[in-house]
Design a protein around this ligand. Sequence first.
Ligand SMILES: CC(C)(COP(=O)(O)OP(=O)(O)OC[C@H]1O[C@@H](n2cnc3c(N)ncnc32)[C@H](O)[C@@H]1OP(=O)(O)O)[C@@H](O)C(=O)NCCC(=O)NCCS
Length: 167
Amino acid sequence: MIRNLVIRPAEEADRAAIHALVDAAFEGPSEAKLVDRLVADNDVVLELVALHEGTLVGHVLFSRLLVKTGNRLVPAVALAPLAVDPGSQRTGVGTALVENAHHMVQEAGETLSVVLGDPAYYGRFGYVHDRAAKFESAYQCAALQALSWGDAPMAGKLIYAPAFSDL
Ligand SMILES: CC(C)(COP(=O)(O)OP(=O)(O)OC[C@H]1O[C@@H](n2cnc3c(N)ncnc32)[C@H](O)[C@@H]1OP(=O)(O)O)[C@@H](O)C(=O)NCCC(=O)NCCS
């Protein structure tokens, strides 16, 4: 566990460090580009960074997701990407980012979060495929998971921010 970890909202001055960190955490440049595009398009609901002794060691972004049920568009959030600096992985940074972010989006009135990722990891935060199984999505598979904090649709079409179409 990293001690003295600071979790705070991302700021404009963090942009270059966030890009470098996301680039380093993932194999290709797609996720770093995704972050830049989501920010440029104003589709970010919450973006947090984790700092250890002033250095950026983690980043998480939640973007606006819509669930279309009949003629209703219900707002939800999509967790992606989550990235921890390779030198700081498995020290609790990702967990601290996701737990803080969940608390904040929940406080802000969000009722549903969807993630596409390893159930072995995201299951620890309460994400389950069963909660997402009835959603219509190009990403529908066992790795599509959801977590809800209130009255949120069980089914419907997931409409991701346009940045995801260019991945
Ligand atoms: C996946 C990632 C975000 C996890 O963050 P992290 O800070 O390393 O994870 P934590 O230290 O909070 O991990 C907590 C637990 O999850 C486990 N864990 C970490 N990565 C895991 C993975 N990919 N799959 C399954 N379990 C994982 C850890 O072993 C740890 O278990 P423990 O509590 O029983 O010891 C990070 O490793 C990362 O950035 N990876 C590369 C980018 C990536 O794959 N992002 C996710 C895309 S959806």
